[in-house]
Design a protein around this ligand. Structure first.
Ligand SMILES: Cc1cc2nc3c(=O)[nH]c(=O)nc-3n(C[C@H](O)[C@H](O)[C@H](O)COP(=O)(O)OP(=O)(O)OC[C@H]3O[C@@H](n4cnc5c(N)ncnc54)[C@H](O)[C@@H]3O)c2cc1C
Length: 460
């Protein structure tokens, strides 16, 4: 360790104390990636216990030109939490308090290190719902989901994180605390500064607290797992399902995905894996009889119209969980596809299957035999694709990405729907946003963090 580094660590220690500073194996045994071991390469993880401590840390790092990388739950899949040798990590894990659930104003006031699941549980105790829901909710934090503008399973009903944040507090690179803890649905007092930080991937400041919007906890949850014989049938079913105000999820799995998950886990095979498409359909509502009737008639009409080949409807909460586990088979993909490159794109829903076929075609033409899985939040135009071209998949990652992103451009799609740019997609950003918009992004970042000490290698 150099003397400059030792002085920095000693000064950080004087701010956060013993519990707030991790070094040695406490650093090297962590991973910045949810699927593989990618330890932070720098000397320390600093864990402030309050906004005040966080502000002092940032002021110190700013004065020394010290780069920092912010960590929430480290479930991000775009490499945004990767930390190089010259960077120290700031983790929000000791700032995880649920400060208040307000059942009248329908808000949750929380510290940024609270997990999504902890907030959901606290809301549920008061009969309320924090609707952002994703497979990683047990570890993903409110700060991380705000930084990435996370989507998840119920965007079709309640929107992305952006639609569910009323206010926030953030600490800028020089330690300035920006408190925009708005609690109101209506507040037009100047610029809506929280929007700067939502989806900024940590590049404009560290989110330290937030006021989240809650809704009444639905009393019914009806889930069916369906197989369909054509993509047109998927689209027709989506159009019919969208007419129901109770619709809360419309998840689609192509056969390559379902065959892999169902083939490796017999408990995740609700229907025969012989059809090209599978849909997990969910309704949530407040009137048991009316919701059940709407659910039944949607399925009956879809059967009568020849849209559905086979269907299993959950009859208990346990079965609801089991059907959702089919859609959330990421650990099977990680095992069976490794190593693989994942894609998270938005595309015109009507052309999603043509897009998936074009991606397969482009990868096969370039790399020969490939393994691909396709699934996602189709109701939100969002597809996830995993691609494996062999043992050299990671070595040729850039070529694979260039091939797929060329198809994304051809289809006028979005480079990332919900995972963000992170470090992994930054090379491709200029080809996928307007030059003027990119210039504006650079100006905003320069204004807030001119020397780029926060998340230096993220975004651009
Ligand atoms: C199994 C699985 C399922 C997933 N499903 C979904 C899904 O359905 N939808 C979806 O959108 N994502 C999904 N993700 C991705 C991931 O969960 C989200 O990106 C999530 O928002 C990351 O939160 P985090 O707390 O883990 O952030 P981290 O991974 O720790 O960080 C992500 C980025 O945000 C920055 N950051 C973190 N905290 C802060 C903060 N307080 N202030 C400023 N910047 C910060 C980091 O520097 C980094 O750039 C999934 C991931 C896994 C592993």
């Amino acid at each position: 360790m150099t003397s400059t580094e030792a002085t920095l660590l000693s000064d950080l220690h004087s701010i956060v104390g013993d519990r707030g500073l991790l070094t040695g194996t406490d650093v090297t045994l962590r991973s910045c990636d949810p699927f593989r071991a990618v330890p932070p390469e720098g000397p320390a993880i600093v864990r402030p216990a309050s906004t005040g401590e966080l502000s002092q840390i940032m002021a110190l790092c700013h004065a020394r030109g010290q780069r920092v990388v912010v960590h929430g739950g480290r479930t991000g899949v775009a490499g945004g939490a990767y930390a190089g040798p010259a960077e120290i990590v700031i983790s929000l894990e000791r700032m995880a308090r649920i400060v208040e659930i307000d059942p009248v104003g329908l808000t949750a006031t929380v510290e940024a290190g609270a997990t999504v699941e902890a907030v959901q549980n606290a809301a549920m105790e008061q009969g309320l719902l924090y609707p952002i829901d994703l497979g990683a909710k047990g570890s993903a934090t409110i700060g991380g989901t705000i930084a990435t503008n996370a989507g998840g399973n119920r965007v079709i009903r309640w929107g992305m994180t952006r639609q569910n944040v009323l206010g926030l507090e953030a600490v800028l690179s020089d330690g300035t605390i920006v408190s925009a803890m708005n609690r109101y649905l209506k507040n037009n007092t100047g610029y809506d500064v929280k929007q700067l930080f939502i989806g900024s991937e940590g590049t404009l400041g560290v989110v330290s607290r937030a006021v989240l919007k809650l809704v009444a906890q639905p009393r019914t949850q009806l889930v069916a797992f369906l197989s369909l014989s054509s993509f047109q049938a998927v689209l027709d079913l989506l159009v019919r399902a969208r007419r129901l105000q109770q619709l809360s999820a419309f998840e689609v799995m192509w056969q390559d995905y379902y065959a892999m998950v169902a083939g490796h886990d017999a408990t995740r095979r609700p229907v025969d894996p012989s059809q090209p498409f599978y849909v997990l359909l969910e309704l949530m509502g407040f009137d048991e009889a009316a919701d059940q009737a709407a659910f039944n008639s949607l399925l009956e009409e879809a059967f009568d119209a020849g849209l559905i080949v086979d269907a299993v409807a959950a009859t208990s909460l346990k079965q609801v969980g089991e059907l959702w586990r089919v859609r959330e088979g990421s650990e099977i993909l990680v095992r069976e596809m490794a190593p693989f490159i994942s894609f998270d794109i938005s595309v015109d829903i009507r052309r999603a299957d043509a897009f998936a076929q074009a991606v397969r075609q482009a990868l096969t033409t370039t790399f020969g035999e490939v393994k691909i899985v396709t699934f996602g939040h189709l109701g939100d135009s969002n597809l996830h694709i995993g691609a494996h071209i062999g043992s050299d998949t990671l070595a040729r990652a850039h070529e694979i990405e260039a091939t797929v992103y060329a198809v994304v451009r051809q289809f006028d799609g979005a480079l990332t729907a919900e995972h963000g740019i992170g470090q992994m997609k930054r090379d491709f950003l200029p080809d996928h946003v307007d030059a003027g918009a990119l210039t504006l992004m650079r100006r905003v970042r320069d204004a807030l963090d001119g020397t780029r000490i926060i998340n230096h290698d993220v975004l651009f």
